[in-house]
Design a protein around this ligand. Structure first.
Ligand code: DP6
Length: 322
């Protein structure tokens, strides 16, 4: 009754920001992402009669937020309910990247927990069922289940809202040069942020303008054309952060190092380097380029003031057992 799974973090090209059902985590819009090869979570789940309560260990974590343990335990309850058992579990989890600083730590975390937990309990679930379950743990986690380049359908019911692979990881040699400018945990979680989205006067116009960007992102992926994909994902990231900054309370995830990185990307592009940025719920910045340019982009990023770490990611397969 023990299993270990690995799940990648994912970077959203089209962002999930705002829910129509908080408890079920049904999103207000579809989103599109790419799984990241070097930013992942490895989780072992063991169920046993000997455990009297759920135990959660995060490798390297200084202290564990009780809310976080509760969120994991609630997710295990969903699996226990499906299997019809009440066994408690021990969960040991490790990230290859800083937790809770907007590199979708909950996405890879809940995808790995879902796969390891369901297998440890002997549940045999389809990719779609795993994606739905992961979504209820953390919305973006549903996109870490399928392979490569992924779309999460909005859906009106829980059964309709899941992610599926648009293209496998081998489809395009795209890279995400992840620039870590802050490895400390963010103060306001994305869950809290989603709740305040309607307060932004720009949120309605964001939703109205999304379908055009979704089409551009899909076209860029289909044609493997960064000249189409790049501007669309940059526009999308700026749009989501404009909504975040105009919510109540306002969410400013960017730091001065984020801003310096944005200016640098624009400058490098003017100099002929094909690279575009996107940012999730945190200050870290993802530089999207083709594999042939990834090393140069990474070397340049390392020289920006305030940059702590640079990780080159390729597209990756989804959550799987190890
Ligand atoms: C800005 O999936 O972390 O990264 O469902 O409340 O766990 P919860 O939110 P979460 O939100 C991620 C938001 C985002 C954009 C994205 O990944 O699409």
């Amino acid at each position: 009754m023990k299993a270990t799974a690995v799940a990648p973090a994912n970077i959203a090209f089209i962002k999930y920001w705002g829910k129509k059902d908080e408890a079920l985590r049904l999103p207000l819009n579809a989103s599109i992402s790419m799984n990241l090869s070097e930013a992942y979570t490895k989780t072992t789940v063991e169920f046993s009669k000997e455990f009297t309560s759920d135990q959660v260990e995060f490798f390297d974590a200084k202290s564990l937020d009780p809310q976080e343990i509760l969120r994991v335990s609630k997710h295990l309850d969903r699996l226990r309910e499906m299997k019809g058992v009440s066994l408690r579990a021990k969960v040991a989890t490790k990230n290859t990247f800083p937790k809770s600083s907007g590199i979708a730590s909950s996405a890879s975390g809940f995808a790995a927990l879902t796969v390891a937990g369901s297998v440890a309990l002997g549940l045999s679930l389809s990719e779609k069922e795993l994606s739905i379950l992961a979504r209820i743990g953390s919305g973006s986690a549903c996109r870490s289940v399928p392979d490569g380049f992924v779309e999460w359908k909005t859906g009106d019911t829980s059964e309709e809202s899941y992610a599926y692979s648009l293209y496998p990881s081998s489809y395009w040699d795209l890279c995400d040069v992840l620039v870590i400018v802050a490895s400390s945990e963010k103060k306001i979680s994305s869950t809290k942020g989603h709740e305040a989205v309607q307060a932004s006067l720009f949120f309605h116009s964001r939703l109205m303008s999304l379908s055009e960007r979704i089409e551009r992102v899909k076209e860029g992926l289909k044609k493997r054309d960064l000249g189409i994909l790049g501007p669309a994902i940059e526009k999308e990231a700026i749009n989501m952060h404009a909504v975040m900054m105009t919510q109540t309370p306002a969410l400013f995830y960017w730091t001065s190092a984020t801003m310096d990185s944005i200016h640098a990307v624009i400058r490098w592009r003017e100099e002929g380097l094909q690279v575009y940025f996107t940012i999730d719920a945190g200050p870290n910045i993802h530089l999207i380029c083709e594999a042939k340019d990834a090393k140069v982009v990474a070397q340049k990023a390392e020289t920006i003031h305030g940059v702590e770490q640079v990780i080159i990611n390729k597209p990756a397969r989804g959550a799987h057992l190890v």
